[in-house]
Design a protein. Structure first.
Length: 403
């Protein structure tokens, strides 16, 4: 059964995945803008060495962020593991903070050292970079704040400090208003994205719950009859191809009705859940244990051996292991410190596509009936070769006793 997942953790995981999803493509924009900005300010009076050094720093940060995004995707993290989301988010935040330092440096180096048109052009480019980062960084607001706030505040402070006209003061004031506006927009986008992700997760949980109702027993969460019959059909086909017999075990808890009557249905339900746990623990990973309802469980075994003799021995060995596991005392609470129950088990083998799931189920039920007639807490195997022979006392098909 699939482990339940934490909604909050899954939400954060998807947000980090969104940060990296288009990171490599979006990094081309700052590279192109950096080239244009350095060229314009170099032509407008900024020393070429300063413009070139800043451009080199912008390239270095862009390359580092590109490599980080490439590592993320190369590691198969299009959907990152929940345990790693914090690490990848911190790395992305560090890269974005480095980019903020580079673009804040552009405000310091260019806004105060170039001509008035170049100053306005620099301000326009920086504002465009911040505005363009809103949808990119919206999944994680802290990333946007660490990027936008330093860039815009630095630009406003530099322009106001070196104000040459009323327009510069107005520009600095508008920059602050712009920062408040884009931050509000980024927060709104994040809230919208958060709601959309959580609605998607709620829908996914509902779909999983519906699938569980269709294929799982609601009390024990084991496969129900529908899922068991599907797996049994597949196992019959597989045995025909491989030539290896499989086995089906029908199991009844012998004292469930008495426990319900004496201790109440709550204790009876706990017994059913504990029995399901013991059955699962007694089986191999490839085996299937299901609950059909009431006190009836069915176990499907595959790959038991190359011959019917080997398969029968293996199936009976597993059946005995199950019988002993279910025979052990139960500590379920209630009026008694210890509750005891036993199990009757019917075993049948199948091989090849010349039989049906319904027929195999009938054979296992017949064997189970024989185990109950033998006094319960017993194992009986269905003998398909002499199925039509009557037993003494007229119990129907002959059953091979193993307990």
């Amino acid at each position: 059964m699939q482990e339940p997942w934490n909604v909050e953790l899954e939400t954060q995981r998807q947000k980090v995945a969104l940060l990296y999803r288009h990171a490599r493509v979006s990094l081309w924009v700052p590279v192109v803008n950096a080239v244009i900005l350095a060229y314009v300010n170099g032509r407008a009076g900024v020393p070429a060495a300063i413009a070139a050094a800043w451009l080199a720093a912008a390239f270095a940060v862009a390359v580092a962020r590109y490599r980080l995004a490439s590592r993320f995707h190369a590691a198969g993290n299009a959907d990152p593991d929940p345990a790693s989301i914090g690490r990848w988010r911190r790395r992305y935040l560090l890269g974005s903070t480095a980019a903020a330092a580079v673009w804040s440096g552009a405000a310091v180096l260019f806004a105060g050292a170039s001509t008035e048109p170049a100053r306005l052009f620099t301000g326009m480019v920086l504002a465009g970079m911040v505005a363009g980062s809103v949808p990119v960084f919206a999944p994680v607001p802290m990333v946007f704040r660490c990027y936008a706030v330093p860039v815009v505040l630095t630009t406003a402070i530099v322009v106001a400090y070196d104000a040459r006209s009323f327009v510069d003061w107005a520009f600095a004031a508008v920059a602050i208003i712009f920062l408040l506006g884009v931050r509000s927009t980024a927060d709104y986008l994040h809230e919208t994205l958060d709601v959309a992700i959580r609605l998607s997760l709620d829908r996914r949980k509902s779909e999983e719950a519906m699938r569980a109702l269709a294929y799982r027993d609601p009390l024990t969460h084991l496969p129900n009859r529908r899922l068991l019959m599907d797996r049994l059909e597949q196992a019959i086909q597989a045995s025909g191809r491989s030539g290896q017999p499989g086995a089906l075990l029908a199991i009844d808890l012998d004292r469930l009705k008495a426990i319900n009557d004496e201790l109440g249905h709550d204790i009876g339900d706990r017994l059913l859940v504990e029995a399901a746990r013991r059955l699962t623990a007694a089986l191999r990973r490839e085996d299937t244990v299901s609950r059909l309802g009431g006190d009836e469980y069915v176990v499907l075994l595959e790959n038991l051996g190359a011959t019917s003799t080997a398969a029968a021995a293996a199936a009976e060995g597993i059946a005995e292991k199950i019988r002993l596991a279910l025979e052990a005392p139960y500590h379920l609470g209630g009026g008694e410190a210890e509750t005891r129950s036993t199990a009757s088990i019917g075993v049948t083998l199948f091989q090849g596509a010349d039989t049906t799931a319904e027929q195999v189920m009938k054979e296992a039920d017949t064997a189970l009936y024989g185990a109950k007639r033998a006094g319960r807490n017993a194992i009986r195997r269905y003998s398909a070769t002499v199925a039509s022979a009557p037993t003494p006392g007229g119990i129907g098909p002959v059953l091979a006793g193993t307990g």
